[in-house]
Design a protein around this ligand. Structure first.
Ligand SMILES: Cc1cc2nc3c(=O)[nH]c(=O)nc-3n(C[C@H](O)[C@H](O)[C@H](O)COP(=O)(O)OP(=O)(O)OC[C@H]3O[C@@H](n4cnc5c(N)ncnc54)[C@H](O)[C@@H]3O)c2cc1C
Length: 751
């Protein structure tokens, strides 16, 4: 039995299974990797700065040659990008030479010294006055979720098994066997137990009467930035008296990780993050790369390091019985050393038990290698298709939670933090798993996402559907309008009336965008425009391609190529001109960085309306933040569906409470009990498509960079919220029309 399916337990299970034993991995969480293994810097450290002679240094050295095979066999995303330890002061170069170079050499890690000019050439993003740097070319980054899951799946592939939601609460080592008792009353009998319970490893030891070590938590808070500021290597400061300091780490699938802090605490469950810490992290990281001061983080999270009372890894048999083996105290390098820890522990266990290995074929679960793509786009921020979500829902380690799905395919990771895709993602997961949507939780019991609305309630949103042939009559047009919200409708009608061939591509199956989705009380001109689009659009030469998400724009000699993806596959469209009318989304709480933990139930109005349209209740007792038409409509929709909206305010929340689902929200000094916080306070533009063209950086909130006519580039225009998020919805229609007129004038001038 291996207790704890973090990266260490999962690696050990794989190693034991491959040697022919039958490990059972017991994990209290509802996915593998729910502990420190999901919240870390994701660096595969070389160990250049490890304390020589420590178990940690030895195992980091042993792990280095094992990585290529791990990456190759398990197909784990891994990039050798190198690290720069940057010196800011004139004396730093001498320190790097006299302290870090000998340390790295004694650990057998190749390093190079760079002077200030080298740094400026190699890392133009680094602070301009860098006196020099230590280059560690072999430092690498990995996807830690993928790695942990791949280990566990490889264990299963070689005959091991994994049981999730299985908390070990008792251990008996008497009479020549191990009996592990689980919280649900079940017992498991085994020859051997390996304690890989991370922060709780001391608690597992004490279940067997072993009090030989303690583990205490040291919190590290991180910020995530979608914009990487050109930073292509790990950047770290020279360690000071307070420790290693904060790093800048490129994330393997894009973006940048800033942090971590280091703060000792007592509570092993406290993963809260704090708004004040954001400034501390941004300030420290801007010291390494000044442009980072402009970062707009999309998320904060915290991981808890396991600080052991011995100051080193604890990899040994318990003095109580060698049937209990510890793999504990693996503080800041568990990912990096995992392949070597697994071999080391498996050797020790074999010796203790007198086992002889009978290696099994190294079989991987085939689904892990599936290259799934296509289907309707579920995640807009990252263009993740339904086929990828479905494939991720069927991995060998079962996925039952939204967080598990997120770590398998990337949904909910992007700018919107799931507020635009969670409803579809949860529905896809429920469908693949054959459970009701309301049974899918964020990360296990208590963290519910959706409930059932009041009896007899029906979604109130008026449908403005416009049944049209899909695919459209032609894949070529004079003007393609991306998005059929009010701005897109305004643009299409104006261009259509001027006799141009217009094609509107819309991700939903209807026009009207957020105005219709939110059930806003529309003005007469808005209603008339939607009516005209639906009834007379075809006659005016306006094609409508619904249920199709535009995933890319490419300039071509004749204008633009538009790449779209829908249920029936991908489509390539061509036009002389494009009007981008992709609207906006409500700024999620993750961007604000509220103090506290991250329970389920903190959502935006976008998610609320999607959930209600799908017949799901997003909360039972809500606090609503916002005012104006959208907030009023959200309030009406929630109340009609049976949600008790206990307060509606324009104040920004300060702090939240709740381990699994939200319990209360603090505004100033006052706490309000609620299981749901709905934000409807501020719209951010959604011009994500321009990032691919390099017209825009990846910081949230950057509008499409338009001139006064709405032009972004030759033949490329933007209108409505995606260009001007602060402008009221009411002007979107007119703005779309205005920009379309300019684009038609420009086409005429070109012709
Ligand atoms: C801020 C931070 C930054 C880091 N950066 C890096 C880095 O860049 N590179 C690197 O190599 N390492 C890094 N680390 C360290 C690395 O994350 C850890 O060493 C590694 O994840 C530890 O893995 P583990 O399996 O021992 O523990 P965990 O991942 O914590 O797994 C322990 C598991 O045991 C389970 N468990 C506990 N009690 C029970 C029970 N009673 N019954 C059943 N299951 C139980 C838990 O739910 C958990 O899933 C970092 C860590 C932190 C916190």
């Amino acid at each position: 039995v291996v207790v704890g399916a973090g990266v260490v337990g999962s690696a050990i299970a794989m190693e034991l299974a491959r040697r022919g034993y039958e490990p059972l991995l017991l994990e209290q969480g509802f996915d593998v990797g729910e502990g420190a293994s999901k919240s870390n810097s994701a660096i595969v450290h070389t160990g250049f700065d490890a304390r020589p002679g420590s178990i940690e240094a030895t195992l980091l050295a042993r792990a280095r040659p094992l990585w290529p095979a791990i990456v190759e066999e398990l197909g784990v995303p891994f990039l050798r990008i190198g690290a720069l330890m940057l010196g800011a002061h004139p004396g730093d170069l001498a320190r790097l030479r006299s302290e870090m170079v000998p340390l790295a050499r004694s650990n057998g890690v190749p390093v190079e010294i760079l002077d200030g000019a080298d740094v400026a050439r190699l890392a133009p993003w680094a602070m301009p006055d860098a006196s020099g740097a230590l280059l560690v070319p072999d430092e690498s980054i990995v996807d830690p979720f993928w790695l942990t899951r791949a280990y566990a799946e490889a264990a299963i592939g070689s005959g091991g098994s994994v049981r999730l939601g299985a908390e070990v609460v008792g251990l008996s080592l008497a009479r020549g066997a191990v009996v592990a008792q689980l919280r649900d009353g079940a017992t498991v009998v085994a020859d051997q137990v390996v304690n890989c319970a991370g922060l709780m490893a001391d608690a597992i030891a004490s279940l067997a009467g072993d009090g030989s070590f303690t583990i205490s938590p040291r919190k590290g808070e991180f910020l995530v930035s979608e914009e990487a500021f050109g930073i292509d290597r790990i950047a770290l400061p020279i360690p000071g008296p307070m420790g290693k300091g904060m790093l800048l780490t490129p994330i393997i699938f894009g973006g940048l990780l800033l942090g971590p802090t280091a703060h000792d605490q007592l509570d092993k469950r406290d993963h809260s993050t704090h708004r004040d810490t954001r400034e501390v992290i941004l300030h420290a990281c801007a010291g390494l790369a000044p442009s980072v001061a402009e970062a707009r983080p999309i998320r904060a999270f915290a991981g808890l390091r396991t600080v052991s009372s011995t100051g080193d890894y604890i990899l040994r048999a318990s003095a109580v019985s060698d049937r209990l083996h510890h793999a504990a105290g693996i503080r800041s390098t568990g990912i990096s050393a995992s392949p070597a820890i697994a071999q080391f522990v498996a050797d020790q266990v074999e010796r203790a038990r007198g086992w002889r290995p009978a290696p099994r074929p190294r079989r991987l679960e085939p689904r892990q290698l599936d290259a799934a793509s296509g289907g309707a786009v579920v995640c807009l921020c990252r263009s993740i298709g339904a086929a990828e979500v479905a494939a991720a829902s069927r991995t060998a380690v079962p996925v039952t939670t939204l967080d598990g799905l997120k770590r398998r395919c990337g949904v909910t990771f992007g700018d919107c933090q799931g507020n635009l895709c969670a409803v579809a993602a949860v529905a896809a997961l429920a469908n693949a798993s054959g459970v009701p949507v309301t049974a899918v939780t964020r990360r296990g019991p208590g963290s519910w996402l959706f409930g059932a609305p009041a009896d007899g309630w029906r979604p109130a949103v008026a449908r403005h559907e416009r049944p049209r042939a899909v695919p459209p009559p032609s894949t070529e047009a004079d003007l393609i309008v991306v998005g059929a919200g009010l701005a897109g409708v305004g643009a299409a009608l104006t261009a259509g009336h001027s006799g141009r061939r217009v094609l509107v591509v819309e991700r939903l199956d209807r026009a009207g965008g957020a105005a219709v989705g939110y059930g806003l009380r529309l003005g007469r001109s808005e209603r008339d425009a939607l009516q005209a689009f639906e009834t007379a659009g075809a006659a005016a030469g306006i094609g409508f391609l619904g249920s199709t998400t535009v995933t890319g724009l490419l300039p071509s000699p004749d204008g633009w190529v538009v790449l779209g993806q829908g249920e029936s596959g991908t489509i390539e469209l061509r036009a002389s001109s494009i009007v981008l009318a992709t609207g906006g989304y409500v700024e999620p709480a993750e961007h604000l960085g509220l103090d506290g933990p991250r329970p389920a139930g903190i959502v935006t109005a976008d998610l609320v309306h999607q959930a209600l349209a799908a017949g799901l209740l997003p909360g039972r007792q809500a606090v609503l933040v916002g005012d104006g038409r959208s907030a009023d409509a959200t309030w009406r929709a929630l109340v009609a569906a049976g949600c008790d909206v206990v307060s509606m305010t324009t104040r920004t929340p300060d702090e939240v409470r709740g381990d699994t689902r939200l319990e209360s929200v603090r505004f100033g000094d006052a706490w309000t009990d609620a299981d749901t916080l709905v934000l409807c306070h501020r719209l951010l533009p959604q011009p994500f498509l321009l990032r691919g063209l390099g017209s825009l950086d990846a910081r949230p909130g950057c509008p499409a960079p338009v001139d006064q006519d709405g032009r972004v580039a030759d033949g490329l225009w933007a209108a409505g919220t995606c260009a001007a998020p602060d402008v009221d919805h009411r002007t979107s229609l007119a703005d779309g029309s205005r920009v379309a007129s300019r684009s038609i004038e420009s086409l005429r001038a070109g012709a």
